[in-house]
Design a protein around this ligand. Structure first.
Ligand code: PGA
Length: 257
């Protein structure tokens, strides 16, 4: 049985000391759940100390970003090679990277390939902006983002990519105050799976892990994970609050598949 994947995106919050306190609280409150895999994505600086503090049976780590060249003269960057063995996952193409750091479709494609080549599972974030939604461009945007990002992978490698549907307009830090409607989430995730099916076949599409993120709060977990084809959640703001994040994990554990 596929486990639900719950990924807490801490974004650019918490120094080493604060992160350590949150991890301790999460460890005290979250129990190992048979049907849920819990991943936390802290900033790069705290990954190393946190990796020594977490119970690895309970929590996996994700980076929020890395550079696609393995090493060299790229002042200020950290490569996927350097994160190898430290993280299991890495967010790639988060909308804040696309919008604030001008990451192009091609940059994201190269980062996805670099993660895979370094044995790190990319969590590829895709989603339309408010304007794109208004212009009825959601399907085209998702198609472009998914097909370009995966274009340098073999079909076997594609299976290791997690795809996160994150409608930009619903993300709390872009002004969203509640998740997309269940039918919007279902339709986007079905569309993403159909893109994978057309490119890589039925069996890969069926096994692909596709999750939802944007304004996830504990009270929405049951409804969203109850949708057929939704394999997990990517909360941002709520993941910085140990009580909320614990409730999200517990609510996911109660959903049967
Ligand atoms: P949010 O963020 O849960 O605060 O909306 C989600 C994300 O940006 O990954």
């Amino acid at each position: 049985m596929k486990k639900f994947l719950i990924v807490g995106n801490w974004k650019m919050n918490l120094n080493v000391h604060e992160a350590s306190i949150l991890v301790k609280r999460l460890d005290d409150h979250i129990k190992i759940q048979r049907n849920v895999e819990v991943v936390i994505a802290p900033n790069l600086l705290v990954l190393q100390p946190i990796s020594r503090e977490i119970d690895k049976r309970k929590f996996k780590l994700a980076a929020q970003n890395a550079y696609f060249v393995d090493e060299g003269a790229y002042t200020g960057e950290v490569s996927f090679t350097m994160l190898r063995h430290l993280v299991d996952y890495a967010l790639v193409g988060h909308s804040e990277r696309r919008i604030y750091f001008n990451e192009s479709l091609e940059t994201i494609r190269d980062k996805v390939a670099a993660a895979v080549r370094n044995d790190i599972k990319p969590i590829l974030c895709v989603g339309e902006t408010a304007q794109e939604k208004k212009d009825n461009e959601t399907k085209r945007v998702l198609h472009d983002q998914v097909t370009t990002a995966l274009s340098n992978l073999t079909p076997e490698e594609v299976e290791n990519v997690v795809i996160a549907y994150e409608p930009v307009w619903a993300i709390s830090t872009f002004g969203g105050d509640r998740p997309a409607q269940p039918e919007e989430i279902k339709s986007a995730i079905d569309w993403i799976r159909s893109i994978i099916r057309d490119l890589y076949g039925h069996s890969i599409a069926k096994d692909q892990t596709v999750i939802y993120g944007a304004s996830v709060e504990p009270e929405f977990v049951g409804e969203i994970l109850g949708l057929d084809g939704v394999d997990g959640l990517l909360p941002g703001a709520a993941s910085l609050n140990y009580a909320k994040f614990t409730k999200i994990v517990e609510a996911a554990a109660k959903v049967s598949r």
